[in-house]
Ligand binder design. Sequence first.
Ligand code: URA
Length: 257
Amino acid sequence: MVNDAEGERLQKVLARTGFGSRRVCEDLIFDGRVTVDGEVAILGRRVDPDVAQIFVDGVPIPTMPGLVHYLLNKPAKVVSTAADPEGRPTVVDLVPREPRVFSVGRLDYDTEGLLLLTNDGAFAQMLTHPSHGVEKEYLVEVGGGALSPAALRSLREGVELEDGMTAPARVAELDAGLLKIVIHEGRNRQVRRMCEAVGHPVLRLVRMRIGNLADQRLKPGEWRHLTLDEVLALGEVAVKGRQPTRKGSMRGTTIRS
Ligand code: URA
């Protein structure tokens, strides 16, 4: 712990991240909503922003200099791991080499769409924690034509997979064999296996949204930094289970040419 003479005042560190004025940050501390390294902070607390793990309402606040959060539109035929034994292109080849980052969860080699990359372990852990269940929205083209009402019902209510039943999902058939599927679990190849289980193998899979985060301007292979607001909003979605307010993430997306 940093003693009284060292470090910076907590409200100053919080205010610098854009969390609010120093006064607002003092109120947060006073109300017991801020923790530092797992302990509820008191007013007057000083911290070393290079190492302190600061949370507000359970949401990690990226105060350490050098933390980066990227949103990548992953193209197909790219692996989500940092290195591939088969020498295939990886998502880390698509973003700056330094600082070294890792992907938050993964998309299959053939899956396209939004993927977060970061060097912020607390942020990644929060988003991938199974109890947080951040929504992920996919646009899915399947084989086998239009889905029967029974197949749609199964997808919505839960599908028996080898690792157990899937949780209820939101599923809309936008066109014959073109689905919007929203899930909050993160099992391996889940959407592909769900569709396969109801007799409609996936032909193309695109992740359109993660929590409140969508971006129709990002072209395949392009990335951008998340804003601090986006980082904090994702944290809130993860911790509080709040769902996005911005709608229309699928608009303008053409999966079929
Ligand atoms: N579900 C899948 O089947 N694959 C992905 O890449 C993401 C979700």
